[in-house]
Write a protein that binds this ligand. Structure first.
Ligand code: NDP
Length: 451
């Protein structure tokens, strides 16, 4: 970035921080994009005059509401919920809902902002949004979860719709919660429409939706490796998280002949040098997905595996690292360790998995580094495909959805290469993803005039 662009970025960030005090995750996400797109804006009078950067970083609207529900002991409980409808320039708002005690407005604004760019990269007509509640689903009974989901929808139903805003799952929200919310929406609106994605297969869900984010990360990694004449096959990989994204990333790694040697949760990580094969993965799906147990139970079951509490898996030597747990889970020290150990590709399954210091090191060392908005776009792409099936009253086969998912991931990769190629060898996937996504959204905003 030139000196003029750097001055513009710093001035812009000062204003953004003043307007959005204390929202550190949102500041971090905006800075990551601003550093890529500002030289472009500085060079193009149309974007500058239309104040595109300022407009792109101000959400269309934020809805905040109270969710009251009754626990199993008859106590009344109150939580706070949000829906951040960030930008609908290229399609109806779309983005997940997160239930987690640490959810706050800064996190949801960062996720919604990233979602605008991610959705643009998919090539589908999807705007960007995110939402959630500071509700902790851990330890809640089935009926408490149901009552919470039903109560949340009593307010949210008036703000969503298949042409308005289509929420999906995220951390703490899977098919069970989506189905409870969809049932309540259907009752209140008296409409059976594609208003939520990630539904069960019996009521409008799509095959491969559950697997799509994890599969998509691995497809993207494979695309990056193939560009340099390499392959996922035979590579040793570390994966963090043990949720939806992590589990299906490992499944696809196995299918492509790679070996995943780590998995983690909020209590620590497991290192299994023998690899997490299909049998072990089936056990993990049951442990984390059904019983909602702790990852440490894995080592009691499988010889050779070790559990490391309160630590992340990044000091295990691997060729590929797939962070799939949460934001900022690879910091500068972790990045240094991964690089010293010879990592060649890092692809973000979680959103903004890497701190700015980690990103800088990966780019400086010219390894294959894919930001979440490109690498984990498979989930929202499959949501878009679910919406298409709902609108057409059709259900595509597993092969058809998977093939479309692979095509979308390949196209996202091609856009990143097109806009991020620095020289014959190196592609800056951060700049590539930001620029390709920005142009589409910004051009639509220009076309609408001052709205
Ligand atoms: P899940 O809730 O299914 O799983 C999250 C996993 O990560 C759990 O195993 C959880 O541990 C672990 N985890 C969460 N926070 C931390 C933390 N602070 N430290 C260590 N481990 C942690 O979520 P998903 O798999 O759906 O999502 C994971 C990430 O991927 C999120 O960043 C999400 O935004 C992103 N993402 C998800 C998509 C989707 O379709 N689901 C699409 C695109 C991105 P524990 O089991 O102990 O709770």
């Amino acid at each position: 970035m030139g000196d003029k662009a750097r001055v513009v970025v710093e001035r812009f960030m000062r204003g953004l921080i003043r307007r959005n005090p204390g929202e550190s995750e949102f500041h971090q996400a905006v800075r990551g994009v601003a550093e890529s797109i500002t030289p472009h804006i500085v060079a193009d009078d149309r974007y500058r005059k239309a104040q595109i950067a300022e407009r792109l970083t101000e959400p269309d609207r934020i809805i905040i509401f109270r969710v009251c529900w009754e626990d199993d002991r008859g106590n009344v409980r109150a939580n706070r919920a949000w829906r951040v409808q960030f930008n609908n320039s290229i399609g109806p708002y779309k983005g997940g809902l997160r239930f987690h005690p640490e959810v706050n407005l800064s996190v949801l604004k960062f996720l919604a902002f990233e979602q605008v760019f991610k959705n643009s990269l998919t090539g589908l007509p999807l705007g960007g949004a995110k939402g959630g509640a500071n509700f902790n689903p851990k330890g809640k009974s089935e009926s408490e979860i149901m009552r919470f989901c039903h109560s949340l929808m009593v307010e949210m139903y008036r703000h969503i719709g298949d042409d308005v805003d289509v929420p999906a799952g995220d951390v703490g929200v899977g098919p069970r919660e989506i189905s409870y919310m969809f049932g309540q929406y259907k009752r209140l609106a008296n409409r059976f429409e594609g208003v939520l994605t990630g539904k069960g297969l019996s009521h409008g869900g799509s095959l491969v939706h559950t697997e799509s984010s994890g599969y998509g990360v691995v497809y993207f990694t494979q695309n990056m490796l193939e560009r340099i004449g390499e392959s996922v096959e035979g590579k040793t990989c570390s994966v963090s998280g043990a949720g939806n994204v992590a589990i299906y990333a490992i499944e696809k790694l196995n299918q492509l002949g790679a070996k995943a040697v780590t998995i983690s949760d909020t209590t620590g990580f497991v290192h299994d040098p023998g690899g997490i094969d299909e049998e072990k993965l089936a056990y993990l799906k049951e442990l984390k997905g059904v019983r909602r147990g702790l990852i440490s139970e894995y080592v009691e079951r499988f010889d050779g595996a070790t559990f490391h509490d309160d630590r992340r898996p990044w000091d295990v030597p691997v060729e590929i690292a797939l962070p799939c747990a949460t934001h900022n889970e690879i910091d500068g020290d972790d990045a240094r360790t991964l690089l010293v150990n010879g990592v060649m590709a890092v692809a973000e399954g979680s959103n903004m998995s890497c701190t700015p210091s980690a990103v800088r090191q990966f780019l400086d060392r010219r390894i294959l580094y894919a930001p979440g908005k490109a690498a984990n776009a498979g989930g929202v792409a499959a949501s878009g495909l679910e919406q298409s099936q709902n609108a057409q009253r059709l259900a595509w086969s597993r092969e058809e959805v998977d093939s479309r998912l692979r095509t979308i991931m390949r196209r996202i990769h091609a856009q990143c290469v097109d806009r991020g190629r620095r020289d014959e060898e190196f592609v800056d996937y951060v700049a590539g993803a930001n620029l390709a996504a920005f142009e589409k959204v910004a051009d639509a905003m220009l076309a609408y005039g001052a709205v």
